[in-house]
Design a protein around this ligand. Sequence first.
Ligand SMILES: O=C(O)CCC(=O)C(=O)O
Length: 351
Amino acid sequence: MEGAVRVQILSQMGISEVPSQYIQPPENRPKSETNNITGLSCRNVPAIDLSCEKESVLAAIQDACREWGAFHVINHGVPTKLMDDLRRVCLSFFNDFPMEEKLKYACHPNSAASEGYGSRMLVSSENGTVLDWRDYFDHHTLPLSRRNPSSWPHFPPEYRALTADYSDEMKALAQRLLALMSESLGIKASCMEDVIGEFYQNITASYYPPCPRPDLTLGLQSHSDIGAITLLIQDDVGGLQVLKDGEWLLVDPLPNGILVLVADQTEIITNGKYKTCVHRAVTNANKARLSIATFHDPAKTVRISPAPDLVSQDSPPRYSSVVYGDYLSSWYSNGPEGKRNLDTLLLDTSK
Ligand SMILES: O=C(O)CCC(=O)C(=O)O
């Protein structure tokens, strides 16, 4: 059972100040105008309609992955009802379950990314990491050998079946998107998935309780995702921000849209042509917020390097190759801090 305090308990205590472990250093605090989320619009993460003609989809994906490392997809084929139902049951777990029942699903305190109900992204905050204003439930969903629905909430009754269905839909969409991303770079459709291999998929429902000091805290600290591709849905509260040209921009929730986040291994495989997306979540004084992120990662034993088809004399390798499990360990022991882990693999291509 994880030893950390659940943020929801703090929030429900009705405190007007947050405990010091949650206070971000001044340089990481959200700018004051982002504290009042209502009325802010994003300087537009692109939205791509997957039902459009293929050439235009490929061109839009290329622009979005180069410029943003993120884009919404619409007309993606995932049933809206499934997305709504999953949001509903995840919210119900956080809101309707008594704490002692939720804690029966607590994740392990001493292992990174263990399945279950938790609050800390990193195993401990001894390295000085400020805590996130977030509780979460992490589900290990793929490969099927890792999928054990009995470790997922048993309430509401349809929770487990919906999670399994959603996992399958996300896998199919991630495969489709990786194929389109490969083709948009002029390489064969299977190229990126061939490097990644069988997906290790986790689904993380994040719950951000109302926070009395959105000006001092973050729901989730700045990071880029470790694996290959993340597919994220959120509710209509808003609070996800992406870092674009040094500025934090709010990603307006797009009803029925799915946000695609390019992750670190895709930046390596594409030899830096496509950028991982640095993002974070801010908190909200009045409303709880829910997001559901589905991560698609390689197996720990897979060696990741720039795809040979994207390397040439004119475009030499920009990243050294890395065994994914080693990358993962260093991410969890160093902490995410923006793109720091990816930057350690950068090769000097100026010579
Ligand atoms: O809550 C969000 O919108 C962001 C979630 C996220 O970045 C993550 O789960 O890694």
